[in-house]
Design a binder for this molecule. Structure first.
Ligand SMILES: [Zn+2]
Length: 95
């Protein structure tokens, strides 16, 4: 575990309450990784991307295609984002 604190939108929160979200150019969130999971700590956008896409070739392609990573709080994820998958291509399949 870690005591790292981060600032999101002017508010300081523990990194362990955050997650890295991956966004497509169309405005959809397409992936999410916990910032802290056991001993694994993702403190930067680059670390989050490497964790999600271990192969550099994949990361380069994703960057070329306009994907980006944004740190969000889990509270915000649950309240605002979880159910919002916007375009047809990225809509969350019905469970
Ligand atoms: Zn989309």
């Amino acid at each position: 575990m870690t005591d790292l604190m981060v600032k999101i939108g002017g508010v300081t929160v523990p990194l362990k309450d955050c997650a890295w979200s991956m966004w497509a150019k169309c405005g959809c969130m397409v992936a999410i990784s916990l910032a802290v999971s056991g001993d694994r700590i993702l403190a930067t956008e680059e670390q989050a991307h490497k964790n999600h896409s271990p192969r550099k070739r994949d990361r380069d392609r994703e960057i070329r295609n306009g994907y980006r990573w944004v740190l969000i709080t889990m509270a915000r994820y649950r309240s605002e984002i979880a159910a919002q998958w916007e375009c047809k291509q990225h809509r969350k399949p019905a469970a």
